[in-house]
Design a protein around this ligand. Structure first.
Ligand code: ATP
Length: 607
């Protein structure tokens, strides 16, 4: 079978791979082996199986000699039958051991990847928002899925192949030398001949496979762009169906051509390979024959047949071992990529002896807080304010001024660079994260609903909520009428990310979700995008009583929300530039007055 079937199986590395080839240090190896260590008993068993199955797989070649010399040429039917049965039995035993070894191998690989996947998931969940906003989502998912799947292939493939090929090779070489050292030497000397065409064909196939992969990426890109909800909308509205079809058809055509060429490259290679591989045996027959006929050697016909058979058994392992360096480096690169992620420091975690308070009132204090996302461009500078328990604050300011950043610091999505954020009088960094977050409810602009029913989404906040509690929360969030009008009520599916619902409905469901959570502090990031006035007033009706009854911070864009708050903070360029009551701020003629005149004053619901 021609080796080098694909990028993973090829003996060639891309330039990128060469550059990124990891330094295989002792520490790296120790770490890789630390994952194998818990399974050392099973590994030992695999080793025993490998030795046994390799030895057994070589035996039939040796027995062929006996079949010929003692059975056929010796004209002994009983010996012939005996060796034939023995040979069959040994083959069967070797295959059975192979099955067992494969099972244990897969079992180990699966358990190692199980451990790794869980480790990685737990670790990634501890990563801060900074990690998720900075890293590409696709990259994170690739490491969780294909990289870790790759580890499974390394254990069942690379590691097992190094072991089994080395063992087979050693046993076959020993057996050949035992038969006849001269013929053994000749056989081994011609072996490299077959490596040359293997590498050439491998290279061609590798290039074709890469091209096919690029083509495949392009096809996936087209499918993603054109068959997604928003993509289809764009295609339809701009009447681009034909153009997209042609684009798709062209790439598709390129793909089939590549596949055909790839398959043919394999065929030609096979022709060359089988011709070259037959040179070795022919040489053995020739030299063996000369030795027998001209030099009266004790060699028998059976011996020569055994040597030829053993030589045939060398090709596979030699080829695999010659390529193993690439596989090995790839495997190490895979482990390095995984370890890179596992080694990322946890930026936000519980302090030792983190505090859990008996109750929370939701009081928030910012003490001279400065913050920057990238530690270069300052986003918040010297922000100080106090939100007393039961009170509410409205934060207003131009887009990008730092309003959302202020609220992100309260549940410790990020940590301050200077100053402190206090929750109930205690620095949030000293509080237990679970405690802190369980007492903060956030209704954000970008409402995230899971793909499930409305009920599933509500229960996420409070898994033991009763039907009555859920209905009550929905009523208070002004969404119950909508739910009751649905055929399946609370069991209505919300669709992918809640796409089956309108923006206003989604936001009201997320208000109901927060109500079920019943937090001490409510943070409401009012939507800037235009909701129609009915949706807006429904949200307003839902949110107004909530603000009255609990400690809340509102990022407000509309006058009615602003007026409902006890204090207004005006943020500009990451600083609080004005604060106070609406009437005073309007009179002051500063940033607030400007915002009032240009933004929320116009859309005033009440004044
Ligand atoms: P809007 O009213 O438009 O929502 P905002 O006042 O809430 O704006 P923030 O979201 O706090 O503004 O953003 C403040 C600044 O920080 C912006 O300049 C933004 O580009 C930057 N910023 C926000 N999030 C990040 C992030 N995760 N990484 C880096 N910079 C960020």
């Amino acid at each position: 079978m021609p080796p080098g079937g694909g990028p993973r199986g090829s003996q060639f590395m891309t330039d990128e791979e060469k550059q990124q080839a990891p330094r295989v240090t002792k520490a790296l190896l120790m770490r890789v082996f630390s994952y194998l260590k818990p399974y050392w008993k099973q590994l030992l068993l695999v080793l025993v199986c490998l030795v046994a199955s390799s030895a057994f797989s070589i035996l039939p070649s040796v027995l062929t000699g006996k079949i010929i010399d003692e059975g056929l040429i010796g004209r002994s039917l009983s010996k012939l039958i005996y060796f034939i049965l023995l040979s069959l039995g040994v083959t069967l035993a070797s295959n059975l051991i192979g099955v067992g070894q494969n099972y244990i191998n897969t079992w180990i690989a699966q358990h190692i990847t199980f451990d790794m996947r869980n480790n990685m998931f737990r670790h990634l969940q501890k990563m801060s928002q900074h990690f998720f906003t900075t890293n590409n989502q696709g990259d994170i998912i690739t490491r969780m899925t294909s990289d870790i799947d790759g580890v499974e292939r390394v254990v069942t493939g690379t590691f097992a192949s190094i072991l089994s090929n080395s063992i087979t090779l050693v046993i076959a070489v020993i057996a050949m030398f035992q038969k006849n050292w001269l013929l053994a030497l000749i056989g081994i000397a011609v072996t490299p001949l077959f490596v040359i065409p293997t590498r050439r064909a491998g290279k061609t196939r590798w290039m074709l496979t890469r091209e096919a992969q690029e083509c495949n990426d392009e096809i996936n890109g087209i499918l993603n762009e054109t068959l997604s909800v928003s993509g289809q909308l764009l295609v339809k509205l701009f009447g681009k169906e034909e153009q997209e079809y042609t684009r798709y058809e062209n790439v598709n055509r390129r793909m089939i051509k590549l596949h055909i060429r790839e398959s043919m490259a394999g065929r030609w290679f096979f022709v060359v390979l089988s011709t070259v591989t037959s040179i070795g045996p022919m040489l053995l027959y020739l030299v063996g024959g000369i030795l027998m006929m001209k030099y009266n050697s004790s060699l028998t016909v059976g011996d020569i047949t055994v040597l030829v058979a053993l030589l045939g058994r060398l090709y596979g392992p030699v080829n695999s071992l010659l390529n193993v360096q690439v596989d090995w480096i790839r495997s190490m690169a895979l482990f390095t990529r995984i370890f890179d992620y596992l080694d990322l420091p946890v930026e936000i975690e519980n302090a030792p002896n983190a505090l859990v308070l008996t109750r929370a009132t939701g009081q928030v204090t910012f003490k001279d807080v400065s913050f920057s996302y990238d530690k270069e461009r300052p986003i918040l500078q010297h922000v100080s304010f106090e939100l007393k328990s039961g009170h509410s604050i409205a934060i207003v300011g131009p887009s990008g001024s730092g309003k959302s950043t202020i609220i992100n610091l309260i549940p410790r999505l990020y940590d301050v660079d200077a100053g402190a954020v206090l929750f109930d009088g205690i620095d949030v960094r000293r509080l237990d994260l679970n405690f802190l977050r369980s007492h903060i409810g956030v209704v954000s602009q970008e409402t995230y609903l899971f793909n499930g029913s409305i009920r599933d989404n509500l229960l996420y906040a409070k898994p033991d909520a009763t039907e009555a509690e859920m209905i009550d929360a929905c009523k208070r969030a002004n969404i119950y009428d909508f739910i009751a009008a649905q055929e399946t009520g609370l069991d209505t599916m919300v669709g992918n990310r809640g796409l089956k619902l309108s923006g206003g409905e989604k936001q009201r469901i997320s208000i109901a979700r927060v109500l079920l959570k019943d937090p001490a502090l409510l943070i409401f990031d009012e939507a800037t995008s235009a909701l129609d006035s009915i949706s807006e007033s429904k949200i307003q009706e839902a949110i107004d009583p909530l603000i009255q009854e609990r400690t809340s911070i509102l990022i407000a864009h509309r006058l009615s929300t602003i007026l409902a708050a006890d204090e207004i903070l005006v943020v500009q360029n990451g600083q609080i530039v004005e604060r106070g009551q609406h009437s005073d701020l309007v009179k002051a003629g500063g940033v607030y007055t400007e915002l009032y005149n240009t933004q929320f004053g116009k859309g005033a619901v009440t004044e």
